[in-house]
Design a protein. Structure first.
Lengths: 110, 117
């Protein structure tokens, strides 16, 4: 099994719908992150969490919310999806050894 | 705030040729530097990282990178490129040890590598 698992892998949703992207990890790391990737822009940080009680906004948090249900689970929600949220989303964890990424969720908002 | 610049959006090399991908960073403390590779439709794979010590870092797949503090650079190199190296490459700076804002990982915009047969 992958160290960092993201579900779903692909999703198409309609404008205005609520959608949740889920991330779970088996590495036992306290720190978890959500990134968004757009062509030509690299990866940009949406939210990060240092533990269950520590949630922080990243560079581009508007339109997103997160929930850290447990040390191993960190979910990203789009309360009302819009087309410019179409992107590839990555979850990551980190410890002093570095960062580990999931395989990504490709989200299309139509 | 920390930042990473990858000045080359797209690089094309012939198979067997040498490769250098440029990365410059801005960081207020000791930088922790990373190179990741992303193949089409895939996630991010760590090629190598620099935390401290020897400024020439060896990674997977025959890649290496050199940290030059005076130039704020961490360029990625490979002596002989293979067709399978065609991918997008990302440089990143972050501090997994930090409790402050530097703890987040900041990425460059990426360099797309095309390998000609």
């Amino acid at each position: 099994d992958a160290d960092v698992t993201q579900t779903p892998r692909n999703r198409i949703t309609k404008t205005g719908k609520r959608i949740m992207l889920e991330c779970s990890q088996t590495k036992g790391h306290d720190r978890m992150y959500w990134y968004r990737q757009d062509p030509g822009l690299g990866l940009r940080l949406i939210y990060y969490s240092f533990d269950v009680k520590d949630i922080n906004k990243g560079e581009i948090s508007d339109g997103y919310s997160v929930s850290r249900q447990a040390q191993a689970k960190f979910s990203l929600s789009l309360e009302s999806a819009i087309p410019n949220q179409t992107a590839l989303y990555f979850c990551a964890t980190s410890d002093r050894g570095g960062y580990t990424f999931g395989s990504g969720t490709r989200l299309t908002v139509v | 705030a920390q930042s990473v610049t990858q000045p080359d959006i797209h690089i094309t090399v012939s198979e067997g040729a040498s490769l250098e991908l440029r990365c410059n960073y801005s960081y207020g403390a000791t930088p922790y530097l990373f190179w990741y590779v992303q193949s089409p439709g895939q996630g991010l794979q760590l090629l190598l990282k620099y935390f401290s010590g020897d400024t020439l870092v060896q990674g997977i797949k025959g890649f290496e990178a050199e940290f030059k503090r005076s130039q704020s650079s961490f360029n990625l190199r490979k002596p002989s490129v293979h067709w399978s190296d065609a991918a997008e490459y990302f440089c990143a700076v972050g501090d997994p040890f930090s409790s402050g804002s530097a703890r987040q990982l900041t990425f460059g915009s990426g360099t797309q590598l095309t390998v000609l047969p």
